[in-house]
Design a protein around this ligand. Structure first.
Ligand code: NA7
Length: 535
């Protein structure tokens, strides 16, 4: 914190999570000056903030890791199949140490504003501490799930006990022993933390608005032989990741769920359920994501599982989602449904009895007043756009980004936006991002963006900006793909549905990581088709 912020650099990076770290490394290798601003006190982004009990990644560690350094890839020793938050944070810290990244990161520093100077062709970036820096390029590496969200329930401030949001968990942890705990939210954060909190708390009451589809993670320690096999084959595996749909290599399904016998289908779903892999479930049949009747078969299978596990039939029924499988982000859990068989755990179905208010003592629903010592908010994020529009970003003519996006985000490739020259987003709306293994998508964007910067410098050009036509066409393309799927059928954060007043548009690109990469590469190879480049 004692270092002074330089007055001018080539690139300002906002965020020091997996995107920001790799960006810094890459930009340095290009001999460009770059700094990153990071709100946290350390690197790691998502894995720095989300310290709630039970927090884990839902992609396997050997796949959810950087591929840019073969030494790192070979030397790093992952312990678990699905690592916990501390293990992933340790990895991020290792990467920061290994590549000496911290010297260019300003921690405890939020970026408040960034304005494009049309004369100087630079971005003027301001931090919360009043520092200002001028940069040729601005890269928002701010993450897709980083602007956390509290529920809009009357009386939030009234509660006298302790409250925690899963994405702002205290570093020292929380001891729930002997406490009466209420938790709101049953997305991934709720599903992962509920079983762990239930083991400690005297009583745990879960307030569920929409149930999640969840698969048992079947987490375990990695075996030395499987790690060795992966490390011997890593290049081929990484290539397969890049070409895959979700950033996780899987055989491409050819069969329809409707063309096979019930026995065959059940056996297939059973194998996916046993495998502890979400992608195995989502790609079990070719039409699960596009055909309602096909999707219904997966839905019925999971409903049956829930009814088999959960003893109380009414609780089991309440835990069964109605929306199509996969149209909200499904979860991987460790003992989630089983937790509802504990005597100290109680499910409140908010569809039947909505929350009326938070009181000094707890939570009041339409039919009952619950008293708690602690309330946990597992209520998620203003996803994909929240972290971008919370910075006062102004492009040409001083146009605010949040106004340009008032009817939903508009990007070209999810990387850039018309009217905002030399501004790049890593895994922005309109790219596969949250529908993929994030590390694969992050590396692809960082490589693409740094290649574009190198191209400009090599050609003696100073600015790059998508044309309005290219952006409009991309937005249409993203919508067209989404409309061919079942995704828009759920009220999900993919759609912005969890934030009151947020425009309802399907934000990620659903055409798959491999197809998307091909498109990005072709556009670059054609001299950045759809972009206006200027000297
Ligand atoms: P999510 O998946 O957005 O889950 C948030 C949960 O909180 C979800 O069940 C919401 O119900 C619920 N919620 C939000 N607001 C309210 C209000 N006002 N009242 C009741 N319930 C509410 O966030 P997570 O942190 O769990 O996971 C984010 C991603 O991280 C996850 O998808 C993985 O990719 C990793 P809703 O569904 O909106 O009805």
């Amino acid at each position: 914190a004692s270092r002074a912020v330089p007055s001018s650099v080539d690139v300002v990076v906002v965020g020091a999570g997996f995107s920001g770290m790799y960006l810094l490394h890459k930009l340095r290798e290009m001999n460009l000056s770059a700094i990153a601003f990071e709100a946290g006190t350390d690197v790691g982004g998502t894995w720095y903030w989300n310290r709630y009990p039970g927090a884990r990644v839902d992609v396997e560690s050997l796949a959810y890791s950087y591929s840019f350094s073969e030494d790192l890839e070979q030397e790093y020793e992952w312990q678990e199949r699905y690592p916990t938050q501390p293990e992933i944070l340790r990895y991020a810290r290792h990467v920061a140490d290994r590549f000496d990244l911290r010297r260019d990161i300003f921690f405890r520093t939020r970026v408040n504003a960034a304005a494009y100077d049309e004369q100087g062709r630079t971005w003027r970036v301001r931090t919360e501490h009043g520092d200002a820096v001028t940069a040729r390029f601005l890269v928002m590496a701010t993450g897709c799930l980083s602007a956390s969200k509290l529920p809009e329930i009357p009386g939030l401030d009234r509660f006298a006990g302790a409250t925690y949001h899963t994405a702002h968990w205290p570093h020292e942890g929380v001891d729930f022993t002997g406490l009466r705990v209420g938790i709101i939210g049953t997305g991934s954060s709720g599903v992962q933390s509920i079983p762990v909190i239930a083991e400690q708390a005297a009583q745990l009451t879960v307030f569920q608005r929409t149930p999640a589809y969840s698969l048992p993670a079947r987490n375990r320690s990695l075996r030395p032989d499987e790690v060795a096999a992966m490390k011997a084959n890593y290049r081929a595996f990484r290539q397969a990741q890049k070409e895959s749909g979700f950033g996780v290599p899987t055989p491409i399904p050819t069969k329809s769920a409707l063309e096979v016998s019930d026995e065959e289908r059940d056996a297939t779903f059973e194998r996916a359920w046993e495998s502890g892999s979400l992608v195995n479930l989502l790609t079990a049949y070719a039409d699960l994501s596009i055909d309602q009747a096909a999707n219904d078969t997966a839905k019925r299978f999971i409903h049956r599982k829930i009814h088999q596990i959960v003893e109380d039939p009414r609780t089991a029924a309440d835990l069964c989602p109605e929306y199509p499988v996969g149209t909200k982000r499904p979860c991987l859990d460790t003992g989630y449904y089983e937790t509802y068989n504990r005597e100290n755990v109680h499910l409140v179905n908010l569809r039947r009895t909505p929350i009326v208010e938070i009181t000094e003592r707890g939570i009041r629903t339409s039919d009952q007043a619950y008293e708690f010592d602690v309330i946990v908010y597992a209520t998620g994020f203003d996803a994909m756009t929240g972290a971008l529009t919370s910075v006062d970003i102004r492009g040409r003519g001083g146009a605010p980004l949040d106004e340009a996006w008032s009817a939903g985000p508009r990007t070209y490739l999810g990387i850039s936006s018309a009217g905002y020259p030399n501004l790049f987003m890593i895994t922005g709306p309109g790219s596969p991002s949250v529908l993929s293994n994030m590390v694969v998508s992050i590396e692809q964007h960082v490589d693409w963006v740094t290649d574009a910067i190198a191209y400009l410098d090599h050609q003696g050009l100073t600015t790059i900006e998508p044309t309005q036509e290219a952006e409009d066409a991309w937005v249409d393309h993203v919508n067209l793909i989404a409309d061919a799927t079942l995704y828009p059928k759920a009220n999900s954060w993919y759609m912005g549905a969890n934030v009151p007043g947020k425009p309802q548009v399907f934000m990620p690109y659903a055409g798959g990581v491999g197809e998307y990469r091909k498109t990005c590469d072709e556009i670059a190879a054609q001299g950045y088709k759809g972009f206006a480049l200027s000297v």
